[in-house]
Write a protein that binds this ligand. Structure first.
Ligand code: XUL
Length: 528
């Protein structure tokens, strides 16, 4: 019988499923439900509730539960062999939190398949809506927690990251400060990932080390709740948080609700879920320490796996637990495609092919011309005031400006990933702009590293399915090697390797120092 594993991904805008056939190394089913489209009654826009305050971004947790019911109904209707599933795990948008009252445990263990899931959950929340990762309304709480923990460097050393507005600890503190009664009635706090896992398991389940690290509450080295961080955040937090667990922990059989209602295998094992980025690390095959991927999307993210835990003293990057056992890092550059597109539009360049030709017509190093493309407020480096800065660069020179935007992005990656102390032997490039070889050539030259393209759709859901397979094998007493678990599912595109050009690399070894000085000058000028 085929060994089937299900991976789910509860993201900001949708809930997705990927089913893998482990022995034939194939994805046999994929489906995505868009919240706004299939559940319009929750009135979300791109999965988020409208709010007059632009800094506040919440979503309804009942909508995520409703989507789970719908997705299982669709899988059944589509003929997915749910009765043969061996294990299920999932991935959740990171940082978002769900607040339960004392009725939650009983409701979860007694889920009635004759009723919709949401009806079963009526009256179990002490807070109706969940703040999500897009929320940036907790600047005051970030400052308070950071100060109590001893500043940026100490906060990062203790919890893996400096305090960030979207991280769960500052969000919990804001809830405690603004709604103290509702906070007092909160018996349990879950992340999106552990909330969804609790629905599937029919009980409150642990938070894994991958997603737990995105809270400013977990001791990143010991992987237990950090007493100083709990104290700095809100009272009685140790009683409200679930335990932490390894990402491969099996929490029990799937709830009878899913067995009776949709015909899921009663022996199917339910695992803890993890965050979408830790799951993507697996879904992109980054299982060896030192492996790095760059996703060139709306924003550019640089993430990879790291054997021992180094944190960023400047507080720009994050360290999370990797589901493969070590650590993973994540650096998010907001001005990714956004900045590339703005430059392309500004110079009237019709498409990316043409943009690539402009890059090829200019020399590596751009004759010393530098652009800081902070069209939007930037996360790394922290830039609150958007602005474009040019150094030794003629604004009228279209080709030089095209090269400058890409070189700046790659040099920012090189500079701001130094703290990771990881020298990758190859970088996997994914996301829309990874189709463009001239962009990848600049990446290879600046980073002095081979670049390979990898195209995995739904990398978080695939990562979750692979985690389900791994956890099931561990439970069966096997010692599955991650390299073997991901083999065949996460291979780079054949013949996509781009090698660094040694001459160009030499140019960038020097230019990156000039770039760093330009960043410092722009930040010091107060315009940034
Ligand atoms: C990571 C982060 C986002 C969310 C998106 O820190 O905030 O990538 O996980 O789902």
């Amino acid at each position: 019988m085929a060994k089937l594993f299900l991976g789910l991904d509860s993201s900001t805008q949708s809930l997705s499923a990927v089913v893998i056939d482990y022995d034939s190394r194939k994805v046999v089913y994929e489906k995505s439900l868009n919240f706004d489209r299939v559940l319009p009654q929750y009135q979300t826009q791109n999965g988020v509730l409208p709010n007059p305050d632009p800094l506040v971004k919440h979503s309804p947790p009942l909508m995520w539960a409703d989507a789970l019911d719908l997705l299982f109904a669709e899988m059944k209707e589509d003929g997915v062999a749910l009765g043969n599933l061996l294990a299920i795990s999932g991935s959740g948008q990171q940082h978002g939190s769900v607040y339960f009252n004392h009725r939650a445990g009983g409701a979860l263990s007694g889920l009635n398949p004759a009723k919709p899931l949401v009806e079963n959950l009526t009256g179990i929340f002490s807070r109706k809506t969940s703040p999500i990762w897009m929320d940036s309304s907790t600047a005051a709480e970030c400052a308070e927690i950071r100060e109590a923990l001893g500043g940026i460097k100490a906060t990062a050393q203790k919890t893996g990251s400096d305090t960030f507005e979207r991280f769960t600890g500052p969000q919990i503190r804001k809830f405690y400060k603004t709604e103290p009664e509702a906070y007092a009635q909160t018996a349990g706090i879950a992340l999106v990932s552990s909330f969804m896992a609790s629905l599937l398991a029919g009980k409150i389940v642990p938070i894994d080390h991958g997603d737990g690290a995105g809270m400013n509450l977990m001791d990143i080295k010991k992987k237990v709740w950090h007493p100083d961080a709990l104290k700095a955040t809100a009272p009685d937090l140790d009683r409200k948080l679930p335990p932490l667990a390894e990402s491969w922990k099996v929490v029990g059989a799937v709830s009878p609700y899913f067995v009776k209602k949709f015909g899921v295998n009663p022996d199917a094992q339910s695992l803890v879920w993890s965050g979408d980025n830790p799951c993507s690390v697996i879904g992109l095959g980054l299982i060896k320490a030192g492996q790095v991927a760059v996703s060139l999307g709306t924003s550019d993210t640089f993430f990879g796996s790291m054997r021992s835990c180094h944190t960023d003293a400047h507080g720009e990057g994050h360290v999370f637990g990797s589901p493969a056992g070590y650590y993973m890092t994540l650096i998010c550059f907001k001005n990714g495609s956004l900045a590339r597109e703005k430059i392309r539009e500004q110079y009237g360049i019709k498409d990316w092919n043409e943009f690539g030709k402009q890059l090829a017509s200019t020399p590596p190093g751009n004759r010393g011309g530098i652009l800081l493309p902070w069209f939007d407020a930037e996360i790394v480096p922290r830039v609150n005031q958007p602005g474009i800065h040019r150094f030794d660069l003629d604004e009228k020179d279209a080709a030089a400006n095209c090269r400058a935007v890409v070189e700046a992005q790659m040099m920012a990656m090189r500079l701001h990933s130094r703290w990771m102390k990881v020298a990758p032997d190859r970088i996997f490039a994914t996301g829309g702009a990874s189709q463009d070889s001239p962009i990848l050539q600049i990446m290879a030259d600046v980073m002095n590293c081979r670049v390979l393209r990898i195209e995995v759709s739904k990398s978080a859901a695939l990562g979750a399915a692979l985690r389900a397979a791994h956890g099931w094998l561990v439970r069966a007493g096997e010692r599955p090697e991650w390299v073997k678990v991901v083999a065949g599912f996460t291979d780079p595109i054949p013949n996509s390797e781009i090698r660094p050009n040694p001459k160009a690399t030499k140019v960038y070894d020097k230019l990156v120092e000039k770039y760093a000085a330009c960043e410092r000058a722009a930040l010091a000028s107060g315009n940034a």
